[in-house]
Design a protein around this ligand. Structure first.
Ligand code: TYM
Length: 340
């Protein structure tokens, strides 16, 4: 379906609070790995998405830099990938408007993330929160991205992106936008809360013990894993045996994703053992992988001007790809462009 489009990867992360192990395993770690495939990679700190709920301005600036530091600490190299913050490339907002005229209101109301975030008083949510998926479609399609690595919670938004591309192509009789493939892969596409195996690990959970933050030090990581909710049974030899044990399944998935193994490989080693043995081993792996990331983040954060320079440079490169595609979109729609 994407025969005519050169492979290109795009993904983004909101700077709406500290990032978690879920963001790392579901997204950042894979962003760095995809950089090695030879396919062009474009990564974005999506600040325009973050402001769909109120953000304190100085904190937003800080969190945007912190998210950029997290990309780099996780291995995204701004020389090999394009790394920038969304609001510096105006094509995103312009394309989002064009897509607001393509997407249907009913599509937006169906989004589970809108329902979750807007809560009971959805009439009082910002209009931006409702239109959010059209901006996300714009992020992706303004680069003609063919593949988007994300965690499982973004699946519905990516389906909507495909719907926008399909409807635009159909309405204007073109094959202009690619039908983007979601890349939702690996053992940790949905990292769950350490306190409740039925809830996603999230930066917005009121309990700090529910998540591992990218900025947590070794002691905090080890302590949170020690206190993670589990059950009293020993571990089985394969994942089939963990169907009704969400907390245990989550910890095994986390272990597997951190150590680049399959969950079954992990279980083959721990079969018959309880959490008294498993948790310290998991804590060791988690500290080994996460502590250096926290350290690198601190190093990057010590020089905010350098982060801003990197983001500005990335935005120039992003703009050079996005603007011609935006211009062609305007031509297809029938919008006159006659400035010198
Ligand atoms: P955001 O900022 O909530 O999350 C960033 C990435 O982290 C993944 N993720 C998780 N993966 C596994 N387990 C978890 N517990 C977990 N929590 C978060 C998310 O799936 C995501 O990949 N709408 C997007 C941001 C966005 C975007 C885009 C993504 C805006 N435009 C274009 C891709 C392409 C969001 O809110 O992600």
């Amino acid at each position: 379906m994407n025969k005519t489009h050169t492979p290109r990867i795009f993904s983004g992360i909101q700077p709406s609070g500290g990032l978690t192990l879920g963001n790392y395993l579901g997204a950042l770690k894979r962003f760095a790995a995809l950089q090695e495939t030879g396919i062009e990679t474009i990564y974005c700190v999506v600040d325009l998405h973050a402001i769909t709920v109120w953000q304190q301005p100085e904190k937003l600036r800080q969190q945007t830099r912190e998210a950029a530091a997290a990309f780099m600490a996780a291995g995204v190299d701004p020389a090999r990938s394009v790394l920038f913050n969304q609001s510096q490339v105006s094509a995103h907002a312009e394309m989002a408007w064009l897509f607001n005229t393509v997407a249907r209101v009913g599509w937006m109301y169906r989004m589970t993330q809108f329902k979750d975030k807007a809560g009971k008083n959805s009439e009082n949510a910002s209009l931006g929160l409702l239109a959010y998926p059209a901006l996300m479609a714009a992020d992706i399609l303004t680069y003609h991205a063919t593949a988007v690595p994300v965690g499982d919670d973004q699946k519905q938004h990516l389906e909507l992106t495909r719907d926008v591309a399909t409807k635009f192509n159909h309405d204007y009789g073109v094959e202009f936008f690619p039908i983007t493939e979601p890349l939702i892969e690996g053992a940790a596409t949905r990292v769950m809360s350490l306190r409740d195996g039925s809830k996603k690990m999230s930066k917005s959970d009121p309990s700090d013990a529910s998540r591992i933050n990218l900025t947590d030090d070794a002691d905090a990581i080890a302590q949170k894993i020690r206190k993670a909710r589990t059950d009293a049974d020993p571990l089985p030899g394969s994942m089939d045996g963990l169907k009704d044990r969400p907390e245990a399944r989550n910890l095994v998935n986390i272990y597997a994703a951190l150590s680049d193994e399959t969950p079954d490989q992990v279980l083959a080693r721990f079969e018959g053992q309880g959490f008294g043995a498993f948790k310290p081993a998991l804590a060791d792996v988690a500290v080994e992988v996460m502590a250096p990331i926290a350290k690198r983040m601190t190093e990057y954060m010590a020089d905010p001007a350098e982060i801003d320079r990197i983001l500005g440079n990335g935005a120039d490169r992003a703009d050079a790809i996005a603007t011609p595609i935006l211009n062609r979109t305007k031509d297809i729609i029938g919008l006159i462009r006659s400035r010198g």
